[in-house]
Design a binder for this molecule. Structure first.
Ligand SMILES: [Fe+2]
Length: 318
């Protein structure tokens, strides 16, 4: 793999308070150096006989490759973040920032605070889209390799000294202000729109139960704390329940093999939540059988262990 240089996305002569000299030096000596070293480390790694090379050598080169690759990618994003007036936000991007941070102003203060906190230090400040959660988040990366898994950064502020020292000396506040007034919001919005098209990670696929509705443990907790009446039925198999030590607070255990006997004791006026150990089969089957009999039943995704993993209250299973 040979990584190719990307042209400068911004037009340096149009920037406000950031001179072409600063951008040229940054592009040539820092971005360019990262790219060249990335190619050299990649070649070195690819040429290794991985069967005979010590694991530590492979690991060291691989880590270096990751750092240099991220430095390259983030520098490209940094240059692509510049070139605007810093003020003109479309309804799309302003709406996204308001949805995820409360207001554009609040987003701006948080982003700047993260940058100010790196004064005297170095790293990146990033605005990143998270497909899993369908939201934007600000974060600070104290080195090139620190990133959010699955996140797609759409705005990058370089807080390494080489990004500002030529023009601003140690005055990071002035540099951060200059960056903010040069943000190209049109380009950020275009990247935001692209990023939102990325599908979230696939959820657990259980095609055999695709027509049985589920509920998350968090939703069950919300129902309980809001005072909503709900019938919670632990349908862990008998052989499992005999050695189980705890049970979800507020749940009753019922033998899933005798569901036809006990379902008559349930009310059809209140929702029913069933669950088993991990949420794969028995809880789903119980919910399906109850629905067939006319109950408003759902299975709790992740089962007993998901409930415990979110520190849901349990009691001794006597
Ligand atoms: Fe840089």
């Amino acid at each position: 793999m040979n990584y190719r240089i990307a042209p400068l996305f911004c037009r340096p002569w149009t920037l406000n308070g950031m001179s072409p000299r600063l951008i040229e030096s940054h592009y040539e000596h820092n971005y360019g150096a990262a790219l060249n070293r990335l190619n050299s480390v990649t070649s070195e790694l690819e040429a290794l006989d991985v069967k005979t090379t010590p694991a530590q050598v492979i690991s060291r080169l691989s880590r270096e490759q990751t750092t240099l690759l991220n430095s390259t990618l983030l520098h490209e994003l940094y240059f692509a973040s510049l070139g605007g007036d810093g003020r003109t936000l479309s309804d799309t991007i302003a709406g996204a920032l308001t949805r995820d941070f409360g207001s554009v102003d609040r987003w701006r203060h948080e982003f700047i605070a993260l940058a100010e906190a790196l004064t005297g230090d170095s790293g990146w400040i990033l605005l990143t889209w998270l497909p899993r959660d369908g939201r934007l988040i600000n974060h600070s990366a104290s080195d090139h390799a620190e990133s959010i898994a699955g996140g797609i950064p759409i705005l990058a502020l370089d807080m390494y000294e080489h990004a500002y020292h030529i023009e601003y000396g140690a005055n990071t506040t002035a540099y951060i202000a200059a960056f903010m007034r040069n943000i190209h919001w049109g380009a950020v919005e275009a990247r935001y729109i692209d990023a939102t098209k990325v599908s979230p990670p696939r959820s657990l696929d259980q095609p055999e139960f695709s027509d049985v509705p589920s509920i998350t443990p968090e939703e069950v907790q919300e129902m309980l704390s809001s005072g909503k009446r709900v019938q919670i039925i632990d349908t862990r198999p008998r052989h499992y329940s005999t050695r189980a030590q705890d049970i979800v607070e507020g749940a009753v255990w019922r033998d899933p093999e005798r569901i036809e006997e006990w379902m008559a004791s349930l009310s059809k006026d209140e929702p029913v939540v069933t669950f088993c150990v991990y949420g794969f089969h028995i809880g789903c089957q119980s919910a399906a059988a109850l629905r067939k009999a006319g109950f408003d039943a759902r299975y709790m995704a992740g089962g007993h262990y998901a409930w415990k993993a979110i520190k849901g209250p349990v009691k001794l299973f006597a």
